[in-house]
Design a binder for this molecule. Structure first.
Ligand SMILES: [Mg+2]
Length: 345
């Protein structure tokens, strides 16, 4: 047994882009580093993290200290079960993610194995990755950022643009070889979403992500999916296994995008990927951080036969994440299995 000696948090921020880091230390001096969801948009931005940090520091840490760091599944279930009646979704599970990822990192480092190896080993030698842009709202900037992403080795980019003619501009400029995904973060009502989705279908996008407001409206998602020709993606704002099953039961999604720092971490993520396999949809883990959360998403994605894409954040030069991690190398547009111990960050 390696008892947990401390659970601590650290908020890293460059003003706009926040990492909420969770650290677990055991009594032997081992350390695991995880990451929680970054928060709820606030002003100043660093305050966004305070509810998540409070979950880890005030609720989870006192219950985790002195427990066996090796019993990740057992501890996860006890904490989740304890918090369930108050918050099986949202802030509590976001905080739990930070602790859970740190425990997996600690275990992998102690055994000197990548986390994917602890889960049976990677199922592929490479999985494609796309460059996920923030909203840019500018045709020239979209072109220059896409060029920069292609030079880095990406073959696909994801836009967060509300005007389909910006997508058309990119298609015209780069031709049909460029993979394009479009994410509108639930911006449209169903009729607007159908009109937008029909235009995106003409432009040959890989997927149309979270088309309707409210973004978890299953009936509306189903109507949009039935009315357009391109695949829908979604799931980053789902939480429990039941939520994912409800969403997948609409039959509307081509791609499922769980966010490992919202659902409670890697421990429940394995059950969500099994659900994607059961419903036979593609898995494309959601992520817009550069840090332990990205690396955990990759370790996890490599353990499911359903995984088709990884999301790598791609922000303009000069903006960036404070956590000292690099984007994983790309080979032919693909991420290869990570070889470092733990999450491999
Ligand atoms: Mg999204």
């Amino acid at each position: 047994m390696a008892a947990i000696d401390s659970v601590t948090t650290e908020v890293l921020s460059d003003e706009r882009l926040i990492n909420v880091i969770g650290r677990v230390r055991d009594v032997d001096g081992g350390e695991g580093v995880g990451e929680a969801w970054w928060g709820i948009p606030a002003d100043p931005p660093a305050r966004a993290a305070s509810p998540i940090v409070a979950v880890i520091d005030d609720l989870l840490a006192p219950r985790a200290i002195a427990r066996d760091a090796d019993e990740i599944e057992r501890l996860w279930f006890e904490l989740w079960d304890w918090g369930y009646r108050y918050a099986d979704q949202g802030i509590f599970a976001m905080g739990l993610s930070g602790l859970d990822l740190a425990l997996w990192d600690l275990k992998g480092k102690r055994l000197d194995q990548p986390v994917a190896a602890l889960l049976g080993g990677p199922i592929a030698t490479g999985i494609p990755a796309y460059a996920s842009f923030p909203p840019l709202r500018n045709a020239d900037l979209l072109v220059s950022e896409t060029k920069r992403a292609l030079d880095h080795g990406f073959t696909a980019v994801k836009l967060h643009e509300l005007d389909p003619e910006l997508t058309a501009h990119l298609r015209d400029h780069f031709g049909d070889d460029l993979g394009i995904m479009v994410d509108v973060n639930g911006h449209f009502d169903p009729l607007e979403a159908i009109a937008h989705g029909r235009r995106l279908s003409e432009l040959g996008v890989i997927w149309f992500e979270e088309p309707v407001r409210p973004m978890r409206d299953r009936d509306a998602i189903g109507r949009v999916g039935a009315a357009i020709d391109c695949d829908l993606a979604g799931g980053e704002n789902e939480h429990t296994l039941l939520d994912f099953d409800d969403l997948l039961s609409t039959g509307a999604l081509g791609y499922l995008q769980p966010e490992i720092t919202k659902i409670g971490g890697l421990t429940p993520a394995r059950r969500v990927s099994a659900l994607a396999e059961l419903h036979n949809v593609a898995l494309a883990p959601h992520n817009f951080r550069l840090g332990p959360a990205l690396y955990a998403s990759i370790q996890w994605g490599f353990t499911s036969t359903a995984t088709r894409w990884f999301e790598l954040p791609w922000v303009p030069e000069g903006a960036g994440f404070s956590y000292p991690a690099q984007l994983p190398a790309l080979v032919d547009g693909k991420v290869e299995p990570l070889t470092g111990p733990g999450l491999g960050c």
